[in-house]
Design a protein around this ligand. Structure first.
Ligand SMILES: *Cc1c(COP(=O)(O)O)cnc(C)c1O
Length: 370
């Protein structure tokens, strides 16, 4: 038939618009180490997102690892099994024990009602994920964190540009971490960032991503190399010029799916967590028992038509070999996440996806369900 459709396709600006940025880099010969594009992108993102401070990183995973270091997190951290594996990996890289807590059945985000039972004398922080860009129960999480003196670090890799009635969702918690990977809503090829409310904290984070240097001769911490290069930062500045157009195309695709899938029995479209400005980063559906095909059979059927959905997030993080040994990783402890992982399928969504393609995808699904 026609060309394959993948779950996402990176949004790229016109190539000729990138050339002047490259010419500037070639002229000034500053390739990295917090150069002019790096500084400009930090400021531009603060303005665009509506946050106080941003420290750019080489990717989201190193940003997560560094965020935990910056806050001195140790012992145990409560987190969700329903995420990309980097969330929990960032804990292991810091010698921290992840403690998995089940998710809410509506948002599939960490369920605050289950957090308290998992807190021990070793617990120092909570690491929730705004999964699919859907906002966590930020107030519920903050109440528990305050009561028990815990830090909150949001893995906000999916939540670029998402707002609630109080502004950017990235302002909740002690720190939030973004990813600018090629598959994300806003990409710099590879990239990431830590959002923080305090300038002193940002300075510490800037040192941690540059080997712990504070000046030419002074190293204050065993920092890592997490810096974003000038080429990625320049590309980010260009991407930012086109982001609103990309987000509005995503909104159109999302609305078309919702309208057309509403009449397909046994398919449930996930809804948000009270965002006033969503980003439509993903289009997750749950294949319910009423649907004639299993999730995996529907996944395979779509593939036969050249449509490549993704089973995000299956398997659960807690099912991977380096995690499944701990008590909290047992499926009995995580019934909601376990059930969602069996039903979930993310359908293709990206700015270049046409409404005709959406129609075709929905037709394959509804014919499979007939
Ligand atoms: C993409 C992603 C990350 C990792 O970000 P990278 O930039 O790829 O390192 C972390 N957490 C979640 C939830 C993600 O989706």
């Amino acid at each position: 038939m026609n060309q394959s459709i993948f779950v996402t396709q990176p949004h790229l600006p016109p190539l000729e618009e990138f050339i002047p940025f490259l010419e500037e880099i070639w002229a000034n010969k500053i390739l990295t180490n917090g150069g002019p594009f790096h500084q400009q992108l930090e400021q531009a993102l603060c303005d665009y997102l509506g946050v106080e401070h941003i420290s750019l990183f080489t990717n989201g995973t190193i940003a997560l690892v560094t965020a935990l270091q910056a806050l001195g997190i140790t012992g145990e951290v409560i987190t969700t099994p329903y995420s990309f594996v980097a969330t929990a990996h960032s804990l292991l890289w810091n010698g921290i024990r992840p403690v998995f807590v089940d998710v809410d059945p509506v948002t599939l985000n960490l369920d605050p009602a289950r957090i308290e039972a998992a807190i021990t004398s070793e617990t120092t922080a909570i690491m929730p994920v705004h999964c699919y860009g859907h906002r966590c129960d930020v107030d519920g999480i903050r109440k528990i964190a305050d009561k028990h003196g815990l830090k909150v670090i949001y893995d906000a890799a999916h939540a670029f540009g998402v707002k609630d009635d109080r502004g950017s969702v990235l302002n909740h918690g002690d720190l939030s971490v973004l990813s600018f990977h090629a598959t994300k809503v806003f990409n710099t090829f590879e990239g990431g960032a830590i959002v923080c409310p305090d300038l002193e904290e940002k300075r510490r984070i800037d040192q941690l991503k540059n080997f712990g240097f504070v000046d030419e001769l002074t190293v204050v911490s065993p920092g890592i190399n997490g810096k974003m290069s000038e080429i990625n930062a320049a590309f980010g500045l260009l991407q930012l010029k086109h982001i609103d157009e990309a987000l509005s195309r995503r909104a159109e695709v999302d609305a078309a799916y919702r309208e057309q899938l509403a009449t397909v029995k046994g398919i449930r479209c996930l809804t948000g967590g009270g965002e006033s400005v969503p980003n439509h980063a993903y289009f997750p559906i749950l294949v319910q028992p009423e649907f004639p095909l299993s999730r995996d059979a529907l996944y395979a059927r779509l593939k036969e038509h050249g449509i490549y959905g993704r089973r995000y997030f299956y398997p659960l993080i807690s099912d991977f070999p380096m995690y499944r040994g701990v008590l909290s990783a047992r499926p009995e402890n995580l019934p909601v996440a376990t059930d969602a992982a069996r039903k979930i399928l993310c359908l293709p969504i990206y700015p270049a996806l046409t409404l005709q393609q959406v129609c075709n995808i929905v037709r394959v699904i509804s014919e499979a369900g007939a």
